[in-house]
Design a binder for this molecule. Sequence first.
Ligand code: HAM
Length: 426
Amino acid sequence: MPTFQPVRGMRDLLPEDAETLNYIVCKARETAKCYGYKEVITPIVESYDLLSAKAGEEIRQRMFTFKDLGDRTVALRPEFTASIARLATTALKNEPKPLRVFSVGSVYRYDEPQRGRYREFWQSNCELIGAGTAEADAEMILLTNSFLKNVGLRNYAFKLGHIGVIRGILTEEGVDEKTQNSVLQLMDKKEYDEAFKLVKHESCRKILQGLLEQKGETGFETLKNMKYYVKGHEKAEAAVDNLLDILVLVTQSECPVENVEPAFARGLEYYTGVIFEVYIPELDIALGGGGRYDRLIESFGGAQTPATGVAHGLDRIAMAMQMQGVQVRTVEGKRLVVVSVNELMKVEALRIAERLRDAGLSVEFEVMGRKISKALEDADKRKVDYAVIVGKRELNEGKVVVRELHKREQTTVALEELADKIKGAT
Ligand code: HAM
């Protein structure tokens, strides 16, 4: 028989990794709640048309797409934003605005597997729907800042940009939307020469090339350079002003901004405003990213609704924690094993185990049919704290033997005091 392995790009998360991921999920949930976000759970499988509509070619080509048995073309979600935009035009349509929605779960992209890049990975995702202000955009960055701080990361910093700068220039230079999308996709991959080749007019190409050179020492300096550079391109100028408003808000709240990227683009096509990503110095892949998308909901048949959002890459955050030596701090309760002295005591022992579980303790039952000494040796090896040994003599007096495994000490405890004694022990 062949042995089976996970499919390429998919991973098993063994107990330690699963514990870390769950810890990060808890922190993401806590942070989102702190900012007033309500959690929704949406399907992993959605219609291909929904997921592909505005995601852009890059994501479209990487979706796990298939026909279900009813001949519908469906796909595994590559992100949450499309599903939440769907909700905003249907079940949550009449909710008062702003609408703050949080989701967490696995997403799927047929990316080339490498360090920090998987085909199944986890995101926590926040969408803020109905607000078009700089404060709303700043909230996504501040929430991400809080989340990363809460998981214990250090030295991370945000990279900011505004899709309206490049789109503004291209629109005013008469470049159609389809070409704009292709240019932005290539710019996202830093394939600038290829991107500029798509722009027919020499003058427009020069403007874009020059834009790359406007980076200053700080975000504020970059914006000053950009503002001067795009003068006369009304839309691009407005985008720079908007980015300045957002930069002021986040830096005033002591959020670390590394810089503004004059020609920043992101893989997703639906962005219309500010875009951002967050990095730590030890890793050159983003831990999270997001931005404003004011036309997505309308394109799904909803009313014209401004919206902004962010997704955090939880697997990469786990990796970043490991690189920075951040410990996962979970409060582990005491672990117990219940062992019966012999076959005859099995029923009683099981009943006692159930009572201890009802009292909130984590209790394993000896199911291997081993002798007591072997069972205790095994439990000690696995760092179980206590063994509750159920024997006839003690039970006749309403008692059991409790052995503190690593101390190798044991006492006899009355059944009615058992749970409290174990819980209270330090
Ligand atoms: P995204 O930048 O495509 O944005 O993904 C967000 C994060 O997911 C990335 O920064 C990265 O940490 C993680 N990520 C992406 N691809 C992979 C991969 N193959 N393996 C591991 N981690 C990965 C979005 O998904 C948008 N929906 C964000 C958003 C929400 N924009 C507005 N609202």
